[in-house]
Ligand binder design. Structure first.
Ligand SMILES: NC(=O)c1ccc[n+]([C@@H]2O[C@H](COP(=O)([O-])OP(=O)(O)OC[C@H]3O[C@@H](n4cnc5c(N)ncnc54)[C@H](O)[C@@H]3O)[C@@H](O)[C@H]2O)c1
Ligand SMILES: [Zn+2]
Ligand SMILES: [Zn+2]
Length: 361
């Protein structure tokens, strides 16, 4: 029997989100219905509401979630009712050209549920990042559920479903940060701080946090930054070089997504170093760099999609590190809120007051 539950929907471009009744079908083949316990408020949800992703309104928002599998459809073997899971937006297909080359973290054909959740009048909803988790129960592809230790706090580990995984993975998976490395992270929101925490976890010894907001820099120290640079009052490239023996950092993570911060990242790395762009630019932004510098500096200029993560490999590992006190997921949970507070959480996010507001159900 389809169920009617409460969910947060963006009905039209720019309009405040509303809590409305949503119809969730029974899971079909390869699908699962998950009773959502927590879902973080991410900048991407706001992008959807503003029409910045596409115009397939109405959207069912929310995508950084954890919960318990309630029911599964035909042929589902990877999870069963009662499993505690983190939802992911990279359910790898196993068959596309990336998967066949043994690089499933790039999978070009990820799975979502085939059926659609709807409004009570039958209007189909577009779930944010193929998830839609500001809702009591959601319908996803079974491969979007990654089983983890049920003792973990849902509000904390649900954040691995997007921003925290993206930041940790940008440093560790894409940037390849190792013990003894110097790392600079430009932009210390949820994503940048996760990159800082990841760099600390794997043993980087110099970790430089760069932001334009002193409060964000203070928080970054708590996650493991050994030095801080305020990009509004200091020359970022000069300061990073000074703090790394005059050379620049081995790995620079750009977690803002702007041309000026990308240029800082480019010049703040050491010769043969790595730049990782995890911040998402807008379509009209451009960078101009001297080709001789691109050649002469060597190394690599990379982008990180979802931290190049493999949920089945990375989520349980990060939950273990969290449970052992080696990765501070609790530090990202700024506040716990109800479903009807998502709109005010967007405002707090825009004012830079929170790393993550987390809806708890
Ligand atoms: N690649 C991915 O898979 C992925 C996943 C999730 C989020 N993201 C992107 O990562 C970026 C960061 O996300 P977030 O949730 O941390 O956002 P956020 O808004 O919480 O943080 C951005 C931070 O950048 C700082 N900042 C702004 N301008 C700056 C400048 N000129 N110099 C230095 N710092 C500056 C802000 O003060 C803020 O602390 C966004 O672009 C987001 O879309 C990417
Ligand atoms: Zn694939
Ligand atoms: Zn997100």
């Amino acid at each position: 029997m389809p169920q009617t539950v409460r969910g947060v929907v963006a009905l039209s471009k720019g309009a405040p989100v509303e809590v409305v009744d949503v119809v969730v079908p029974d899971p079909g083949p390869g699908e699962a219905v998950v009773a959502v316990q927590s879902c973080g408020v991410c900048h991407t949800d706001l992008h959807y509401r503003e029409g910045g992703i596409n115009d397939e309104f109405p959207f069912l928002l929310g995508h950084e979630a954890a919960g318990v599998v309630e029911a599964v459809g035909e042929g589902v073997t990877e999870v069963a009712p009662g499993d505690f899971v983190i939802l992911n937006w990279r359910a790898v297909c196993g068959q596309c050209r990336a998967c066949l080359k043994g690089k499933p973290w790039y999978c070009f054909n990820t799975h979502n549920a085939t059926q659609r959740m709807t409004l009570t009048d039958g209007t189909e909803l577009s779930p944010a990042l193929g998830i839609g988790a500001f809702i009591e129960k959601t319908l996803v592809a079974a491969g979007q559920c990654t089983k983890v230790d049920p003792e973990a706090d849902a509000a904390a580990v649900g954040l691995l479903g997007c921003g925290v995984m993206a930041g940790f993975g940008a440093a560790v998976n894409t940037g390849g940060v190792q013990r003894g490395d110097s790392v600079a992270v430009i932009g210390c929101g949820g994503v940048g701080n996760a990159a800082i925490a990841g760099a600390r976890t794997v043993g980087a010894t110099t970790i430089i946090a760069v932001d334009v907001d002193d409060a964000k820099l203070e928080t970054a120290r708590g996650f493991g930054a050994t030095h801080t640079v305020n990009g509004r009052s200091e020359d970022v490239v000069e300061r990073v070089r000074e703090l790394t023996g005059g050379f620049g950092a081995d790995v620079v993570v750009e977690a803002v997504g702007r041309p000026e911060t990308y240029e800082q990242a480019f010049y703040a790395r050491d010769l043969a170093g790595t730049v990782v762009l995890v911040g998402v630019p807008t379509p009209e932004q451009q960078v101009t760099l001297p080709m001789i510098e691109i050649f002469g500096r060597g190394g690599s200029l990379k982008s990180s999609w979802y931290g190049d993560c493999l949920p089945s490999r990375d989520f349980p590992m990060l939950v273990d590190l969290y449970r052992q006190g080696r990765f501070d997921l609790d530090g990202f949970v700024s506040e716990r809120i109800a479903l009807d507070e998502v709109e005010s959480a967007f405002e707090k996010m825009e004012r830079g007051e929170v790393l993550r507001s987390v809806v708890v159900l």
